[in-house]
Write a protein that binds this ligand. Structure first.
Ligand code: SF4
Length: 96
């Protein structure tokens, strides 16, 4: 998502936000009420060329709410958990 939580950006420096498919789309779509459908938002994300940047931004910044990179909070939590496990396994392997 572009408007909420986006960091201050250099004015003349294009960033992934500038290419977001959700520019101009109602932000409420990306922050549905609990239990409401995320289908429409995910549909917008499906055709977005900066989907990976968006998802990575949300993962790095611990965004807890909304659809980012075509993924819900729960889906992002799963990725964060998987990455944490992979990091732990890599560090255990490195330390012998
Ligand atoms: S992936 Fe979805 S939320 Fe992220 S910038 Fe693209 S359209 Fe917006």
């Amino acid at each position: 998502m572009t408007k909420l939580g986006a960091p201050e950006l250099e004015a003349d420096e294009p960033s992934w936000h500038d290419y977001a498919n959700c520019l101009g789309v109602d932000p409420d779509l990306f922050f549905p009420e609990r239990g409401a459908s995320t289908k429409e938002a995910k549909e917008v994300c499906r055709g977005c060329v900066v989907r990976e940047d968006c998802l990575e931004y949300a993962l790095q910044n611990g965004e807890k709410f909304g659809i980012w990179g075509g993924m819900s909070e729960r889906e992002r939590r799963r990725i964060r958990r998987q990455r944490a496990l992979a990091r732990a396994a890599a560090s255990a392997e490195a330390s012998g």
